[in-house]
Design a protein around this ligand. Structure first.
Ligand code: SF4
Ligand code: SF4
Length: 353
């Protein structure tokens, strides 16, 4: 975990998007290559994209990181965890197939892809943390058994947290499926029956089988709902929407506590790709139009500083697009809570390449 010295704001190195062909220089300038040791297992934590979606960081951007790791004779592997929603990435077999379809495979990148929480997403280690919501968090063993983590995140909007970047990638992204259930809100979506056209598009997105049609209108079983929000993204008439209450704040705090556990015992370095900034995350499997101009690629040893800098650069360039996309969400909440529990610093020193 990054040490936070209040007198010395962590450095965030910024490569503008128009200079993205100089990614090698950004990697060289960062502390990432010098931190790698010979023979260590390096987990490159990323998101391989959902089938049908195109927002994820593309394989050609991963090659320079792999070259850097191999030049230090480390043992890098690409990794992510199983999802809780219905879809191909909720088990390792289909997750690996989707990853390969998107160019993340041993054949294409010459390093293995490992689903960190195993075949069915139930392989984790409990890591003790001093949290408000959790005293221990369930982190995937493919992460906890690694010697080091390189966290490569696509910075974009998110239906439950406003934006998703490095904190979300290590928080939600390093938890096993059981961990993900713990993190999600227990608040079921709000149903506005008058807006439901009975298309049924939301039903297959629900891993909990909490939705069914009755007389052409959607019905939600609140006892079954895990509050994952996937059906909300699938519904294009806004018949399903987030129930705004204390739970929506709590879900952000729970993700931050998982992030704290994920990097408690393992050193990590972070790169954010602030480009193709869509309103929702890469789990949707929908090709969404960007809501902001491309910004660039950022690097830091502090997950909070890199997300704070990414957010501020997006807002500087394009206005408060995440507030516009998710008006009820306070994007700063995850940053503030992350600072409060010692995950990192909201202050940073931006160094442009
Ligand atoms: S929010 Fe609830 S009803 Fe909607 S997909 Fe998730 S578990 Fe199912
Ligand atoms: S809630 Fe939305 S997605 Fe589900 S059936 Fe109704 S209109 Fe379709």
């Amino acid at each position: 975990m990054a040490e936070t010295n209040p007198d010395k704001a962590p450095e965030v190195i910024f490569l503008p998007w128009e200079k993205r062909d100089r990614l090698d220089s950004l990697i060289e300038r960062s502390a990432f290559p010098s931190s790698i040791s010979k023979g260590e297992y390096l987990a490159i934590k990323m998101h391989f994209g959902e089938r049908g979606g195109d927002g994820h960081v593309k394989p050609e951007f991963i090659r320079p990181f792999i070259r850097a790791a191999k030049s230090k004779k480390a043992k890098p592997f690409l990794t992510d965890t199983c999802t809780i929603y219905h879809g191909p990435r909720n088990n390792a077999v289909e997750h690996l197939m989707v990853a390969a379809e998107h160019g993340f495979s041993l054949n294409r990148l010459q390093i293995p892809v490992i689903i960190a929480d195993g075949l069915l997403g139930d392989e984790h280690r409990e890591i003790p943390i001093p949290g408000k919501h959790f005293s221990k968090v369930k982190i995937a063993t493919g992460i906890t058994n690694a010697d080091r983590m390189l966290v490569i995140s696509h910075f974009k909007g998110h239906v439950l947290t406003g934006f998703g970047g490095a904190i979300k990638n290590i928080g939600m992204g390093c938890g096993s499926r059981k961990g993900k259930f713990e993190m999600h809100s227990s608040a079921a979506p709000k149903v506005t029956s008058q807006k439901c056209v009975g298309c049924g598009m939301c039903i297959p997105t629900c891993a909990q089988s909490a939705l069914k049609l009755s007389d052409g209108k959607i019905e939600l079983d609140k006892k079954l709902c895990a509050g994952c929000g996937e059906c909300i993204i699938a519904c294009h008439t806004a018949a399903l929407s987030i129930t705004w209450n204390e739970e929506t704040k709590n879900v952000q705090e729970r993700i931050v506590e998982y992030a704290l556990g994920a990097v408690k015992d393992i050193p990590a370095y972070y790169f954010n790709f602030v480009c193709h900034i869509t309103p929702n995350c890469d789990c949707t499997g929908i090709r969404e139009k960007p809501i902001a101009a491309d910004v660039g690629i950022l690097a830091s040893e502090d997950p909070v500083a890199i997300d704070a800098a990414s957010l501020e650069l997006v807002v500087q360039n394009s206005g408060d697009v995440f507030k516009k996309a998710h008006p009820e969400l306070d994007c700063s909440l995850q940053l503030e809570y992350a600072k409060k529990i010692g995950l990192g610093s909201r202050k940073y020193k931006l160094v442009e390449l």
